[in-house]
Ligand binder design. Structure first.
Ligand code: NAD
Ligand code: 6OD
Length: 484
């Protein structure tokens, strides 16, 4: 059986305990994973500290950037290995991992490598009362050791989205990938070795959250900052954990994202775009639309068209190129999604399509597939309209006026993303600017430019990453004031 190990100080190391890595498509165990105990997490933090005073500290931005490009080269060289590891861990369609997850991992390194070379810094000429004047300028310094904790839905994409800017800024990292998807973080260590990233700069500790590697990392007094993507509830626990040592945090958390579809939209594009926004990655993308508000005059036609798209999806083996809907990540997550399917019925929803488990009559019935599902008829206060489900499911409700649509879209404690579908660009700008979220798309969804601010309001997060926002989080600015 394959063993996925921790990676500490440039070495692949085992630990005291192991846990199983399960293939969500058929429930089989595909690997054993080494769980890092408290002492091993401390070893990783120590290795990172030592690395910070070695060769890594002496490299300028240009040389660090060159090595990050080499990491991207090394990911591309192992493209098929990364795709296969991600597909086996997550059950996502191979076409999706090849198109999105792995290319984005390489792009994350390239973008932040280029950005750190180009980025300027503030400077001010300051007039003083005695007329001698002063020059102020800021320099960027690494934060030190960054603890990186990531989820299972886009494992390598989200891990590298944080590791790449952290390394670009000269930090060392200790990453704790999700226990559900450990493979690609360890594979990335090989790419780091190829690229000449010094030992101790990139470390991986595997394990769980509370009482395991995740908590040991956030509580470690020598970790200088924590960057986390995951559930809002976990964000709250991590916040408590880092409070004692006052670590800066960057949190990318959950969402209950709305889409607003106006009658003047390009109907076919809206249906296609929202089919992706609901069902991509089996609905396991934090940006997915779980609430769709449709102008009443096109409500019935839109519901019918989205139903047709849902029913034309091709659930199947992840490695089949024709598959466009994989399983959910785990038995536990499937039980959570199915509990919302049951709750929707209790709350009085109409199931337009789906609402149950997908059966195949083969080994996939031991995996974690559910039916893509569309509900209508719920009240805006229903729990299924308020709480993040994180599956291939949405609720569609009609609206009569722009004001009503905006009010319903904003009536949530989350604030991650929204999408607006209209041919009236004035309306697109006007409604977009009223959304209480970190990211609004107009006539598109999940269209990314990595220089733009990315993050959420309310329960959806703290801070912004992307472009200069990432460089600002992953570095400490030291302002130098010189009397002239
Ligand atoms: P999760 O919060 O359960 O786990 C995320 C990571 O945190 C895992 O590595 C886990 O082991 C670790 N963890 C759990 N408890 C911890 C603790 N007490 N201390 C330290 N670490 C701990 O999230 P998940 O189920 O893996 O991912 C799904 C969630 O992530 C959804 O809510 C989704 O919306 C959110 N998400 C948000 C974004 C974003 O960019 N905003 C992106 C992807 C996923
Ligand atoms: O595209 C990104 O940079 C990003 N952080 C996406 C998050 C997706 C959530 O599942």
């Amino acid at each position: 059986m394959k063993l996925i190990q921790n990676y500490i100080d440039g070495r692949f190391v085992s630990g005291e305990r192991e846990f199983a890595d399960v293939n969500p498509a058929d429930g089989t165990v595909i690997a054993q994973v080494t769980e890092a105990g408290k002492a091993q997490v401390a070893e990783a933090v120590n290795a990172a500290r030592v690395a910070l005073s070695g060769e890594w500290r002496r490299l300028g931005n240009r040389e660090r950037a060159a090595r990050l490009h080499k990491v991207a080269d090394a990911i591309e060289k192992r493209f098929d290995c990364f795709v296969q590891a991600e597909v086996a861990d997550t059950g996502k369609p191979v076409a999706l991992a090849s198109r999105l997850d792995i290319p984005r991992a390489a792009a994350n390194f390239r973008v932040f490598a280029d950005l750190v070379k180009m980025a300027g810094l503030e400077s001010f000429h300051t007039e003083t009362p005695d007329g001698t004047n002063a020059l102020n300028y800021a320099v960027r310094q690494p934060l030190g050791i960054v603890g990186v904790i990531t989820p299972w839905n886009l494992p390598l994409l989200l891990l590298t989205w944080k590791v790449a800017p952290a390394l670009a800024c000269g930090n060392a990292v200790v990453v704790k990938p999700s226990e559900e998807t450990p493979a690609t973080a360890t594979l990335l260590a090989e790419a780091m070795q190829d690229a000449g990233i010094p030992n101790g700069v990139y470390n991986v500790v595997h394990g769980f959250g509370s009482g395991s590697a995740g908590e040991f990392l956030t509580q470690h007094p020598d970790v200088d900052a924590v960057t986390f993507t995951g559930e809002s509830r976990t964000g709250a626990a991590i916040m408590q954990s880092v409070a004692a040592t006052v670590k800066p945090v960057s949190f990318e958390l959950g969402g209950k994202n709305a889409a607003i579809v106006f009658a003047d939209c390009n109907f076919d594009e809206a249906v296609k775009g929202l089919s992706d926004a609901v069902f991509l990655n089996t609905g396991q993308v934090c940006l997915c639309a779980e609430r769709i508000y449709v102008e009443r005059t096109i409500f019935t036609a839109f519901v019918d068209a989205l139903k047709q798209r849902a029913e034309s999806l091709n659930p199947g083996w992840p490695n089949d190129e024709k598959t466009d809907l994989g399983p959910l990540i785990s038995a536990q997550h499937r039980e959570k999604v199915l509990s919302y399917y049951r709750l929707a019925r209790q709350e009085g929803a109409t199931a337009v399509t789906g609402g149950g488990v997908r059966q195949f009559g083969d080994e996939r019935d031991n995996g974690f597939y559910v039916q893509p599902t569309i509900y209508t008829g719920l009240s805006e206060s229903a729990r299924c309209v308020k709480e993040e489900i994180f599956g291939p499911v949405c609720h569609i409700a009609p609206f009569d006026s722009e004001e009503e649509a905006v009010a319903m879209a904003n009536d949530t404690k989350y604030g991650l993303a929204a999408s607006i579908w209209t041919s009236n660009l004035k309306r697109g700008h006007r409604v977009g600017q009223q959304m209480k979220v970190g990211i609004t798309w107009v006539n598109c969804w999940f269209l990314r430019d990595l220089r733009t601010p990315f993050g959420g309001a309310g329960l959806s997060g703290i801070g912004r990453e992307g472009g200069m926002h990432s460089l600002n989080f992953y570095s400490e600015l030291n302002n130098i004031c010189i009397r002239l």
